[in-house]
Design a protein. Structure first.
Length: 188
């Protein structure tokens, strides 16, 4: 039969592992949500850049300059993409960075309505997509407006979360080892 010290250490270890496991899960969820909110806010800032660059022509179509103020929109394969679709489906503009990238079309958003989604596209690539509805005249109905969308690959987000998880597990593992060592010394 194991000694009382060993049984106490085993019991404390089980409780400690359960507690630290729940702590790790909670911290991971909080960090992941905070990182996703940061992506949403960053894409919202990028969408304002695209909206500010847009000019409406007499025929109601959108005109954007050859180069947008944010450089990644101008570089194919940069991981940051922009798209504008008229809600009636007649006009469409895609940033130069979206060459050979199938960004899902989101249209039909009311003025000032926004949507933030995570979407899987071809070849298993995930994108965060932030869309915002714009109508230039308040009298226009939804079909007279445009839906502006900005998309970003999830690669940077995934790397950030993976780095956090690695640091979290090493820190919590170290804390667990120190606590068990201290408990063993106290019981001795």
């Amino acid at each position: 039969m194991p000694s009382l010290t060993i049984r106490l250490l085993i019991g404390a270890s089980v409780v400690l592992v359960a507690f630290l496991g729940l702590t790790a899960f909670a911290l991971d969820r909080v960090f992941s949500e905070a990182a996703e909110n940061a992506v949403s806010e960053r894409l919202q800032g990028s969408i304002w850049t695209v909206i500010a660059s847009a000019q409406i022509r007499e025929d109601g179509s959108i005109h954007l300059p050859q180069a947008l103020p944010e450089a990644p929109f101008n570089q194919p394969g940069s991981g940051l993409y922009a798209e504008i679709v008229s809600n009636d489906g007649q006009h469409r503009w895609t940033s130069p960075s979206a060459t050979n990238v199938d960004v899902p079309v989101i249209k039909g958003l009311n003025s000032a309505q926004h949507r933030f989604v995570r979407h899987n596209v071809a070849h298993g690539q995930d994108l965060f997509i932030y869309s915002f509805g714009v109508t230039w005249d308040q009298k226009e109905n939804v079909t007279g407006g445009y839906t502006f969308s900005v998309a970003e690959t999830t690669a940077a987000y995934a790397q950030q979360v993976a780095n956090f998880r690695a640091h979290l597990s090493s820190w919590l593992g170290g804390v667990a080892a120190v606590l068990l060592l201290v408990l063993a010394l106290i019981l001795r």
